[in-house]
Design a protein around this ligand. Structure first.
Ligand code: ADP
Ligand code: MG
Length: 735
């Protein structure tokens, strides 16, 4: 305590926790270097450095009741100290301890100095994982030892639960514990409370000072849990405050055209659908129409399981907009999908007078400028195209609604570019994003934290689940024979490969999962070159199928490296049934609809994420016949096997997404781009769903009550929001 410089109350604007960690006792220049390797530079970093686990030394037992290989503690008296060496010359210090119920031997290897630390008759607490020695008594190797007084079971100033921190070479657990303890002693009382008092109490959370104490020195695991819980809540709160500030409706100035839904409009739209809308579709439509009736721009996400019918919902919204005398635009991520949407729209609108245009990269210069002119003059009501087109030179006439079918290319950051779409700064179109990737609700609330969410989960009636099977390699010839027979009866088949080219290169196509490369690296190179490389590349596999098992049928090839024209012509031939078997990469993952294609084979299924597999499988749910999906996979890895079995058993995309989150964490849902979410230290999207919901609601409430977080009691929250998300979410001007 003596070396700690006494601190007067700092002036209000100075942030003592922002000081260099070097000011903490026990941190010299060398230690500071080591701390920096752990990402610690300031006192705040030290105070908030999260233990990765705790050592629970509270399981005290009489020696006679010890259990093997579990961390336990005993209190006993030293009866004998002995130094010997093994046959191989290893120095062994052995300390015998007894407690009246039995004897335990503590041993240290290659630490002869340990013999000096003890004397017979001394009382000790020993903690470790005991093992039975060959002679039948208990042994603890390198236990944690603390001397205690005669009456004590534990040293008074020690906690029996010790934090375990992640370390770096050159820094020992004990040292870091001491440094953090010093930081708490020196700065603990200067930690400003970050939560408004009323909120903290309402949520039943400990104060921040209490929290930090419990985090690093809990007396019970429950205290540690409470501490983590408060910090997790706060992380979610800060994240959602940042997201709330991105929401347009915080910015009250922006207006949008109000769209009325009359009974007549509703009837006219419904007449276009050859089916009755499902309950989920109805709910989504109601939510969208409610939003569009406001004079604030809608910012909504429509999330649907594959094949659940979001296109119909989109069409409904587009037509409400057109009926209200505004232009509407539908944007797709690829040209193939833009064309497909165009066809779908044309089917629905066959008997309607809605004027529409398809804007794609393959229009001639003349066609394009004609189309642009019509759009600008308000001579068309509905524009379909790729996102690229809307970002460039298209000038709209009273644009009222933009629907972006971004499929799985989602994320808060990616959407930033659409902020000022087609508006004049004061008015903006309504905005609906559609995604076909089921993601866990907690993740959706965050990835799309700046949007409201509608979900379509229910399938249209009569839809049959895809029969999914994992096929052993030995049954390949049999399956090929069966598929050939089915194709000859008139069905069509997709064969999906993970790569464009096989053996030579490891370049991945589509959104393959990050951990795949680790997976490959951990396997032998030879291994890869021979057996796994087979059936991997679409090009080789195409040749194999064309010249082998499917000889005489028309086999087509489709992958992302082909140019748009080629792709479109292959797709068109497949759609018309001229191509029987389509060998492809994940390019077909997103939204391609060919009802007659009801068969699918996925090669190397272990290489795909569950959600991605589910998307692929969704391609064969389109027709009246039940789809069939066959997987070939390397399931030597336990995780792969578990995941693929789950995939075979479960047809609900949302359930799969939750399971995938549990099995593989949520990083996968965030894509490769930097997203602040990856930096959450205490909060878990999988375990803390309830906290997240609560924090999100509280954040919305706070943002409404104090949009700029200007009130004194929000100062710390404001600081935290800007520090963590200022750059990432472009929040320079909160409020
Ligand atoms: P996705 O959500 O995957 O985009 P789509 O909108 O493409 O789904 O719909 C999948 C198929 O289901 C389409 O063929 C569509 O005509 C059909 N469909 C959509 N809604 C219904 C419904 N309510 N009843 C029957 N069929 C429907
Ligand atoms: Mg679709």
């Amino acid at each position: 305590m003596t070396t700690a410089a006494p601190r007067a109350n700092p002036p209000a604007r100075i942030d003592p926790l922002g000081e260099s960690a070097q000011y903490v006792r026990g941190v010299g220049p060398a230690r500071f270097e080591l701390l920096q390797r752990l990402g610690i530079t300031t006192v705040r970093d030290l105070l908030f450095y999260a233990p990765r686990d705790y050592e629970d030394l509270t399981d005290f037992r009489p020696i006679a009741q010890l259990q093997p290989e579990k961390l336990q503690s005993v209190v006993g008296e030293v009866v004998e100290i002995d130094t010997r060496s093994t046959r191989r010359g290893l120095a062994v210090v052995s300390v015998l301890v007894q407690d009246g119920t039995g004897v335990l031997e503590a041993v240290w290897y290659q630490q002869p100095f340990m013999a000096q630390k003890f004397r017979p008759g001394q009382r000790l607490v020993l903690s470790g994982k005991p093992r039975r020695s060959r002679q039948g008594y208990w042994q603890m190797a390198h236990p944690r030892v603390q001397p205690v007084d005669a009456q004590e079971n534990f040293p008074a100033n020690e906690t029996p639960i010790l934090p375990i921190y992640s370390l770096t070479e050159g820094l020992r657990q004990e040292q870091l514990r001491r440094i953090i303890r010093n930081a708490l002693e020196q700065y603990g009382d200067l930690v400003p409370e970050s939560l408004p008092e009323a909120l903290r109490q309402a949520r039943n959370l400990p104060t921040l000072r209490q929290t930090l104490h419990w985090l690093h020195h809990p007396k019970t695991l429950e205290e540690a849990r409470q501490a983590r819980r408060r910090l997790a809540y706060e992380e979610f709160l800060i994240l959602h405050l940042a997201l709330a500030h991105r929401r347009r409706d915080v910015n009250a100035q922006v207006r949008a055209p109000q769209m009325q839904l009359t009974r007549l409009i509703d009837q006219r739209i419904r007449r276009l659908f050859p089916f009755t809308l499902t309950r989920d579709q109805e709910r989504a439509i109601a939510e969208i129409c409610r939003d569009m009736a406001q004079d604030r721009p809608m910012r909504r996400l429509l999330q649907a399981d594959v094949g659940a019918g979001k296109t119909a919902v989109a069409v409904y919204a587009l037509l409400v907009c057109v009926a209200n005398k505004h232009q509407a635009a539908l944007m797709a991520p690829t040209e193939v999908l833009a064309r497909q949407h165009w066809q779908t729209l044309n089917n629905y609108l066959a008997h309607s007078r809605v004027r529409r245009v398809l804007l794609t990269g393959s229009l001639s210069e003349a066609q394009r400028s004609l189309a642009l002119g019509e759009i600008r003059m308000g001579q068309v009501d509905l524009v379909v195209g790729t996102q690229a087109l809307i970002q460039n030179d298209v000038e709209f006439h009273r644009l009222g609604l933009v629907i972006i079918d971004e499929q799985h290319r989602f994320g808060v950051l990616q959407r930033a570019q659409f902020r000022n779409l087609g508006g004049d700064g004061r008015t903006q179109p309504h905005y609906l994003v559609m995604t076909a990737t089921p993601i866990p609700r907690t993740v959706a609330l965050t990835l799309f934290g700046d949007l409201d969410v509608s979900v379509i989960r229910q399938m249209p009636p009569g839809r049959q689940p895809v029969k999914t099977k994992l096929v052993p390699e030995s049954q390949r010839p049999e399956l090929e024979k069966y598929l050939r027979a089915e194709v000859e009866k008139g069905r069509q088949l997709y064969v999906v490969c993970p790569l464009v080219e096989g053996a030579a290169e490891e370049e991945l196509v589509g959104d393959l999962y990050d951990d795949w490369s680790e997976h490959t690296q951990s396997r032998g190179r030879n291994d890869l070159a021979s057996e796994t490389a087979r059936y991997k590349g679409a090009e080789q596999h195409y040749e194999y199928l064309r010249d082998g098992p499917f000889r005489g049928l028309t086999v087509g090839l489709l992958h992302g490296r082909m140019d748009e024209r080629r792709k479109e012509s292959v797709m068109a031939r497949f759609r018309r049934g001229e191509i029987h078997v389509l060998v492809c990469t994940t390019v077909i993952e997103v939204g391609v609809d060919v009802p007659n294609a009801t068969l699918m084979v996925i090669e190397h299924a272990e290489r795909f994420g569950l959600s991605q597999l589910h998307q692929l499988r969704g391609r064969v749910t389109r027709g009246p016949v039940a789809g069939e999906c066959y997987l070939f996979a390397d399931i030597s890895n336990d995780l792969c096997r578990t995941r693929l079995r789950l995939f075979v058993q479960t047809t609900d995309g949302f359930e799969l997404a939750e399971a995938d989150a549990r099995l593989r964490g949520i990083g996968q849902f965030f894509g490769t781009r930097q997203h602040g979410v990856s930096e959450l230290r205490y909060a878990s999207f999988v375990k803390d769903g309830d906290l997240l919901e609560q924090a999100r609601q509280d954040a919305l409430e706070l943002a409404r009550a104090d949009p700029g977080l200007r009130q004194e009691c929000h100062r710390e929250l404001r600081r935290a929001v800007l520090e963590r998300y200022g750059d990432k979410l472009d929040l320079a001007e909160i409020g």
